[in-house]
Design a protein around this ligand. Structure first.
Ligand SMILES: [Zn+2]
Length: 153
């Protein structure tokens, strides 16, 4: 951000206030010390989720988080950890898929993330998410997970 006083190309942010549509930044020129304010508009493109039955709904970060919270019930998982996972998933999905993503892809990412956080939460999420038709296909998944774990050790 160029300084409006001396045109020096570098400034430091001394204060930053987010609002719904813009981030207001108070900046100080590192050369002349002049202070100025910039507004950065946040552009949020809608992200659509294509469900298994081919219907489409807009991506809802809260829904994503709630699904994880349910899986982590009575487990030693911090809320902040789940919020971070949700943020990271949204970020990576927006980066890679831009406008639309399948619910399968979304669910896979949650499973991947939960795997590293809590094994019980992972299995719970997987069982709800994958909607296993029977116990044996569910056990297959669990065993695969356990084998993966052994392979890592
Ligand atoms: Zn300056």
């Amino acid at each position: 951000m160029k300084c409006p006083y001396c045109n020096y190309p570098d400034s430091k942010v001394i204060d930053s206030r987010p609002s719904d549509e813009a981030i207001r930044r108070r900046r100080e020129c590192v050369q002349c010390g002049g202070r100025f304010t910039t507004y950065e508009r946040i552009e949020k493109t809608p992200l659509m989720v294509i469900k298994k039955d081919k219907t489409v709904e807009s991506f809802d970060p809260e829904k994503l988080l709630n699904g994880m919270i349910r899986s982590c019930e009575k487990r030693p998982v911090k809320m902040a950890t789940l919020e971070e996972i949700a943020r990271n998933i949204e970020k990576s999905i927006r980066n890679e898929f831009k406008k639309e993503v399948t619910s399968t892809e979304l669910g896979n990412r949650v499973m991947e993330a939960l795997k590293d956080v809590d094994e019980v939460a992972y299995v719970r999420f997987a069982s709800v998410y994958r909607q296993f038709k029977d116990v044996s296909s569910f056990m297959e998944e669990v065993n695969k997970f356990i084998d993966d774990r052994k392979g890592e050790k």
